[in-house]
Design a protein around this ligand. Structure first.
Ligand code: FES
Length: 147
């Protein structure tokens, strides 16, 4: 597939998550609630996670933000539900590496689902905070839970 076709495909995946967000809303029985905002624009995310016995059994997000931040939150919740806390934190590190344009382990990219569609964001430093907002919220909640 050519780069321009790939870009178009990735853009479609991002817009699909933005317009039809997965796991949007709030968990009433969530064990973790995290609020975070992007200081550069004021957009915010409200993330609720249900963690049972070291495993994320459910996740929902709410908030206001640009297409990249909301699509990234949608993709992230889809990816982490069913994962254990350690794996979710590893995925967050991997996503951070991807956003910084570092080697993120493409060999396991099959496990990333739709997240790969966001890799082009690394070329736009001003948007990296948008893409990582939900991930930082997830990391904050899980790390606090581990203490
Ligand atoms: Fe605010 Fe992207 S512009 S999160």
């Amino acid at each position: 597939m050519s780069f321009s076709n790939l870009d178009t495909l990735y853009r479609q995946v991002i817009m699909d998550h933005y317009k039809n967000p997965r796991n949007k809303g709030q968990l009433q029985d969530g064990s973790l609630t995290i609020d975070m905002n992007n200081p550069t624009c004021g957009d915010r995310i409200h993330l609720t996670l249900k963690v049972d016995d070291g495993k994320i059994t459910d996740a929902k997000f709410d908030g206001e933000g640009c297409s990249i931040s909301m699509a990234s939150a949608s993709m992230m919740t889809q990816l982490i539900i069913g994962k254990n806390v350690k794996t979710a934190l590893q995925l967050s590190q991997l996503f951070s590496n991807m956003m910084q344009g570092k080697d993120y382990g493409e060999d396991i990219a099959d496990d990333l689902g739709d997240i790969e569609a966001l890799q082009g964001v690394s070329k736009f430093p001003a948007r990296i905070k948008c893409a990582t907002l939900a991930w930082k919220a997830m990391e904050k909640g899980l790390k606090e839970e581990q203490q």
